[in-house]
Design a protein around this ligand. Structure first.
Ligand code: SOE
Length: 398
């Protein structure tokens, strides 16, 4: 059997926004990349039969089920892809790993540190049997972000002094925007902090190779009561027409913190859903002794680089167009100069995951890496609860 005859049969749980993004990537990955295994989009799972049947058809899945346990235990499935809200990650992932399935789980890994620890332990146990697990922090796989990491690793920035990261959205500025699951602690774990703050925590640790060791934080919930949703409870939800039925918002709308990284850098982080006009604005700037690098998701094909080692007369920020075959992930796409978008980061994620699973390598970020992000989220929450007091990030092995 040639390596190309090897198939990985994927079962995906959840089919909303993230499920659609993952489906697009599963559909595309073998068309773009030459990989040691072929993906089969075997089964998609959701609770509502008519909706999941429609999703299977629309997103390109061979079949559907309304029972995630059936999917996880099926002999016809090799990989379980978890795209549900955070409150079900732990149960599904642990059951899938115990059933010998490789697992890809959306971020943040879990709703609590306790769950994340259980998941990381289950992944470590399953690894001994050749089972692999990875958490889906897709922005690592934007080529400009991967290149940023390479610049740091190659020493082009020298000693990292500052990390400045912000992830800003504005989709709940309107107080009439309904109480969707992302605004409920029991479903989502936290608000802007875990949903988008987790991305910049992971991204900056990935790029710098340093881990956040302590934080001082504050969080705020600006709108404390919201109308209950009708119909969809996702990002496209509408408020209840009569405007009377409301419920409490139990998560943060914004989280701001300063941090120390274990390699000596100091950092600022801001995650907000109340940054009017900022739709999905993720910006990271890193200042080192030899240079600065800047990434802006709204211009994701570019990197700004200031190289302080160049002759004084030639110094200044250079705009690098990260679209060439020399750049990470890019040679398989289009001819030079052709840009890519948000969805490509998921294709790159599937590329790396499939390759790792097929070759027996360890995919990253591992569940242990994602547990460390969870520990940072937890330190931020604890610091904010205690009036921004300095809070060390608990070591993963504690
Ligand atoms: C909603 O805030 C959201 O879809 C996040 O859940 C994603 O992780 C992020 O990529 C875009 O915004």
């Amino acid at each position: 059997m040639s390596t190309h005859d090897r198939h990985l049969r994927v079962g995906m749980v959840g089919y909303a926004f993230m499920g659609a993004a993952h489906s697009q990537a599963w559909r595309t990955v073998n068309r773009v990349y030459d990989l040691p295994a072929r993906v089969r989009m075997s089964l998609v799972c959701g609770r509502d039969e008519s909706k999941v049947a429609d999703a299977a058809d629309r997103l390109g899945w061979d079949g559907y089920t309304t029972d995630w346990r059936r999917l996880v235990e099926s002999d016809e499935i090799d990989v379980v892809d978890i795209c549900t809200p955070g409150d079900s990650h732990c149960e599904i992932a642990i059951a899938a790993l115990a059933a010998g399935k490789h697992v890809l789980c959306e971020k943040p890994l879990a709703n609590t540190v306790e769950e994340a620890r259980l998941m990381a332990a289950a992944a470590a146990r399953a690894r001994a049997d050749g089972v692999r697990a990875m958490c889906g922090f897709n922005y690592r796989r934007v080529p400009a972000v991967t290149m940023m990491r390479q610049l740091v690793a190659d020493g082009r920035l020298g000693v990292i002094r500052h990390v400045r990261a912000a992830y800003l959205q504005d989709w709940i500025v309107d107080p009439q925007f309904p109480l969707v699951w992302r605004l409920q602690r029991d479903r989502a774990g936290s608000g802007a902090l875990g949903d988008i703050g987790a991305h910049i925590i992971d991204l900056t640790q990935f790029v710098t190779g340093q881990r956040i060791s302590g934080v001082s934080a504050l969080t705020e919930t600006f709108v404390k009561e919201r109308p209950l949703p009708t119909g969809s409870s996702g990002l496209a939800a509408q408020a209840d027409g009569n405007g009377r039925a409301t419920g409490p918002v139990t998560v943060d709308d914004a989280a701001v913190f300063v941090a120390r990284l274990d390699g000596g850098a100091v950092a600022t982080y801001e995650a907000s859903r109340f940054a009017t006009g900022r739709k999905n604005a993720l910006r990271v700037e890193i200042n080192g002794s030899l240079g600065t690098v800047v990434f802006d998701l709204e211009r994701l094909n570019e990197l700004e680089f200031y190289d302080a080692t160049r002759p004084a007369a030639e110094q200044g920020f250079t705009r690098i167009l990260v679209t060439e075959g020399e750049h990470p992930y890019m040679s398989a796409w289009w001819p030079p100069g052709h840009i890519i978008g948000y969805e490509h980061s998921f294709t790159h994620q599937m590329r790396d995951f499939v390759e790792a699973v097929a070759t027996g390598a360890d995919p990253t970020p591992s569940f242990a890496d994602a547990l460390q992000v969870q520990l940072v989220l937890d330190a931020v929450t604890r610091s904010a609860e205690r009036g921004s007091s300095w809070t060390e990030v608990t070591p993963a092995l504690a």
